[in-house]
Write a protein that binds this ligand. Structure first.
Ligand SMILES: [Zn+2]
Length: 485
């Protein structure tokens, strides 16, 4: 077992940070990196956590009595690139207590444009999707993959995501993992290639192909939906696979809902897997079947509004999906409870087998880490400190952001205040600013984690730059499994 490297920051500097203070009084401060779980104050001065009690005179006092005060949530899997997500995703994350998030799939230019126009004060990183826009079945060769990594980095992304719905060959997956390693790029894998599916067959293959090299395995719960065996058995196999491959960084999410494209053409869903989910729910794998499923509640349309997005079933859901000519996202409540809970809580000798709780949310309305995490805590599946490690610290360590994921002196001023009694995020403070209070989002702009080649592209958008250093990334240095002291 090891601890995170974050405590070094606490000892690192005694510099005072000028600026106004936010004094968060009398909350239950839960900061496992610094072994704190106590009723005390947290002071944010300027953009950093100050020593408790060291507020400047123009401090704003926040009464947190009865609330939990934790490091801002770090979500390693969100979507901020689609039209709606780029518009509302930042807001939705601030409402959910997230202060740092990684977009998994781009398009990178849309993510950066949205971060600039519609930012809510968060820190983000972004990955583009390998093979976007290319013909299905045309697996890229090594030169194309190398070019794709170079292009995404030059545009501000830290790497690429591979996706089962734009499948590459196992050979291309192998090449992509190797190129990510040699170029210091992030690689995330939605398992499933031309030789496997988006289920345990894809996860088995990814573990075998990675062969000890690092990669981020997206939403492990998605491969444990009962496609190859019962969900509980699948979860155990997924955990055994991950234990056998400690260089893989896995996350899982807690919402029962999945999400995919609801568009239909010639009377059938454009995404074949949507047809499979319809059949499994007892509906024909057709456009008519999808309509019946949305109407019955076996599926839902993801309906965007000015305020965000939500899963809508029944007549209203059908109407929204029809109004869009079927061309919107939809979802099915198909993530089984047994595998979701097991994956979120499983531990082994290195820590949590699935390192982080993420959401696959952002602009998709399943940013439920705080509320579902509190439910897991109430059930005894996680301690509050373990929840903080999985929902905040793990992501910070993975991204190499040593000043995030804890509340030590000198840490970034990223704080989430949770009204635990009501399972509600009461306040989100990001980079020393209150970005959300009682459901009102006031944060603006974004900070973007980018490799040196992407700095110019990010600066052009007006976003603040944070340079990504793969050397400090827990994904790259293998130290992504966080454990309490
Ligand atoms: Zn996703």
């Amino acid at each position: 077992m090891h601890r995170t490297q974050a405590p070094a920051i606490m000892n690192g500097t005694s510099t005072t940070h000028p600026g106004r203070s936010i004094v968060i009084r009398n909350g239950r401060v839960i900061d496992p990196v610094n072994a704190i779980d106590a009723i005390q104050d947290v002071v944010v001065t300027g953009v950093r956590i100050a020593e408790a009690g060291h507020a400047t005179s123009d401090g704003e006092v926040v009464d947190a009595a009865g609330s939990w005060v934790i490091p801002g949530l770090v979500d390693l899997h969100v979507h901020l690139g689609g039209e709606h997500s780029a518009r509302s995703g930042h807001r939705m994350l601030a409402l959910a207590g997230v202060t740092t998030a990684m977009d998994l799939g781009g398009p990178i230019d849309a993510v950066l444009d949205g971060a600039s126009r519609n930012g809510a004060g968060l820190t983000i990183a972004a990955l583009d999707r390998l093979g976007r826009g290319e013909r299905r079945g045309q697996s890229p060769d090594d030169a194309t993959i190398l070019r794709a990594f170079r292009e995404t980095r030059a545009r501000g992304g830290i790497g690429l995501k591979l996706h089962a719905d734009t499948p590459v060959s196992p050979e291309a997956l192998d090449a992509a993992i190797g190129i990510a390693e040699t170029t210091g790029s992030w690689i995330a894998i939605h398992c499933g290639t031309t030789a496997s599916a988006s289920d345990l067959t894809g996860l088995r293959e990814a573990v075998a192909v990675a062969a000890g090299r690092p990669a981020h395995i997206a939403h492990v719960n998605s491969y444990c939906r009962g496609d190859t065996a019962d969900a509980a058995t699948e979860a155990e196999e997924a955990l055994a696979l991950l234990r056998s491959a400690p260089a893989l960084l896995a996350e899982s999410y807690l919402s029962p809902w999945n999400g995919n494209w609801g568009g239909c053409r010639d009377g059938v869903p454009e995404i074949a897997r949507v047809g499979t989910w319809l059949s499994r729910a007892g509906h024909p794998p057709t456009e008519t079947g999808l309509e019946a499923a949305i109407r019955s509640g076996a599926a839902a349309a993801i309906v965007a509004s000015r305020h965000g997005a939500s899963y809508v079933s029944g007549d209203a859901g059908v109407e929204a999906w029809r109004d869009a000519g079927t061309m919107i996202e939809i979802g099915f409540p198909i993530n089984p409870f047994e595998s979701r809970v097991r994956l979120a809580t499983a531990r082994d000798e290195r820590g949590f087998t699935v390192a982080a709780i993420a959401t696959d949310g952002g602009g998709i309305s399943r940013n439920v880490t705080a509320e579902a995490g509190l439910a897991l805590i109430a059930l005894g599946g996680l301690t509050p400190a373990e929840f903080v490690l999985k929902a905040s610290t793990a992501g910070a360590v993975a991204l190499g952001l040593a000043a995030k994921g804890h509340l030590g002196h000198g840490a970034d001023g990223d704080v989430t205040i949770i009204d635990a009694a009501h399972s509600r995020v009461a306040m989100t403070i990001a980079n020393g600013e209150v970005v959300m209070r009682d459901g009102r989002v006031t944060g603006r702009g974004s900070r973007v984690l980018t490799p040196p080649e992407g700095v110019a592209a990010v600066e052009r958008t007006g976003c603040r730059v944070i340079t990504y250093d793969p050397g400090t990334s827990g994904l790259r240095n293998g130290r992504h499994r966080v454990t309490a002291a």
